[in-house]
Design a protein around this ligand. Structure first.
Ligand code: PMT
Length: 402
């Protein structure tokens, strides 16, 4: 399976003759399993049609900030597109686009996306021989590399001008090979297997009602994706949620109750390297589940509860080589309670989030966590998107195996 499989790629096309090759490039990326969002500069429309690229990428192609041709005015949010991408590939990158990337000029959608990006940026220069060797272009290429943008070197050959030399955009096959090699190098969780829990559990009262909680599942799903993007094979055991994940390295198993989550986790635990408990598992469940809907009668109604098994603690008790990461969701004495959980559940690391911190915990797209390791080193982090917190957690796993 290609390392490009499941990758979200923004393909930025600028206006040079090599743009005609991007039709093949899109095909190859899609064939490798990537999701491709094409962004064209206005000038690139002279060399390849957006219709071709949108057909091949199976997505609308964007050039402008505003979609004025639609009945209801919509706009293409450059920040959202940039944050969506796992990588940006600018091919062809003309001398003009390269110089704008260097200076931060922002006169089109592609430039705005480039400036908003947090992901790796690859660019494949394409221009005529003399433009390519001009000191100002060569200087610009060096500056982009100093920005940690990754250059896919231009190739030698016959150029559109009829001249022969360096400046041709790398062939689409070579661009894909470059990306594949570059991404494979970075995948430090290749070969690792990670079991993750996510979401709430529902503890049935009767066929209609349940005891649940506010977990949306986002935190666990974001960790699953971040781990898979580092090459890990992930089994994601999730309670009821609206979250979706589409990555070939992630197997999702849906459960309802804590007992079901416990059973599935124990079935898979033996062969895994890492376990992460991001689920908000109900500590108690109704002792008896009514087989029929309970009818309204008396003013007071008492449900007797019994303890659910503690999944994390039970895995902590049998762990061998596994690196065990738990979460702690607290409302008071946060550090102390989290440290107790490390001890009681035999954890290697705990991710503490407190409902006292704005933007942390349930439902919200952000989280503010503190890492505490088993030696009780406390590492507070700032408020971040859950995607960014997920990357921090994956980095902790990478540090463990480094
Ligand atoms: O899903 P989101 O809306 O994105 O919200 C994310 C989150 C707030 C749910 C997440 O960040 C989080 O804190 N998850 C753990 C919630 C929780 O149940 O915390 P706890 O302190 O009660 O439990 C401690 C640890 O034991 C957790 O890893 C939990 O998964 C685990 N546990 C708890 C009870 C139980 N019976 N079995 C368990 O495995």
């Amino acid at each position: 399976m290609s390392v490009l499989s499941g990758k979200k790629i923004v393909l930025g096309i600028s206006g040079g003759i090599a743009a005609y090759k991007t039709a093949s490039l899109v095909r190859l990326l899609i064939k490798a399993g990537a999701e491709v969002q094409v962004i064209m500069t206005p000038a690139s429309h002279q060399f390849v049609t957006s219709f071709t690229l949108s057909t091949l990428s199976k997505k609308p192609v964007y050039t402008d900030f505003f979609n004025s041709n639609q009945a209801t005015s919509t706009w293409n949010n450059h920040v959202e597109i940039a944050l969506w991408a796992d990588l940006i590939l600018i091919a062809p990158a003309t001398a003009n686009t390269i110089s704008k990337m260097v200076t931060g000029a922002c006169d089109n959608l592609l430039q705005a996306i480039y400036l908003s990006a947090k992901c790796p940026v690859y660019f494949a220069p394409a221009m005529d021989l003399d433009m390519y060797i001009h000191p100002s272009t060569q200087n610009n290429l060096k500056v982009l590399e100093s920005y940690k943008n990754l250059m896919i070197p231009a190739e030698k050959g016959e150029l559109a001008s009829g001249l022969f030399g360096e400046g041709r955009m790398a062939e689409p096959e070579n661009i894909v090979a470059f990306l594949t090699k570059s991404l494979s190098k970075d995948k430090s969780l290749n070969g690792k297997k990670i079991l993750i829990t996510a979401g709430p559990t529902y503890e049935a009262i009767d066929p209609v009602r349940f005891i649940g909680n506010h977990s949306s599942g986002k935190m666990g799903f974001d960790i699953a994706l971040a781990a898979a993007q580092e090459g890990a094979k992930v089994v994601l055991v999730t309670g009821p949620t609206q979250q979706h994940i589409n990555h070939p390295l992630v197997e999702t198993i849906s459960v309802l109750s804590a007992q079901e989550m416990y059973d599935v986790c124990h079935q898979h635990f033996d062969g895994v390297d890492v376990f992460i408990g991001a689920a908000a598992v109900a500590d108690y469940r109704p002792k008896n589940k009514a087989t029929q809907k309970i009818k309204k009668s008396a003013d007071d109604f008492v449900i007797e509860l019994e303890k659910n098994p503690d999944i994390l603690a039970s895995l902590g008790a049998i762990k061998k080589q596994q690196f065990l990461i738990g979460f702690a969701l607290e409302t008071e004495n946060e550090i102390e309670h989290a440290q107790q959980k490390i001890r009681k559940k035999n954890l290697d690391l705990i991710v503490l989030n407190s409902l006292n911190d704005q933007g942390a915990g349930f439902g919200v797209p952000t989280n503010k966590v503190t890492f505490i390791d088993k030696a009780f080193h406390i590492m507070p982090m700032e408020l971040k998107s859950k995607e960014a917190v997920a990357v921090d957690i994956v980095n902790k796993i990478k540090e463990h195996y480094a």
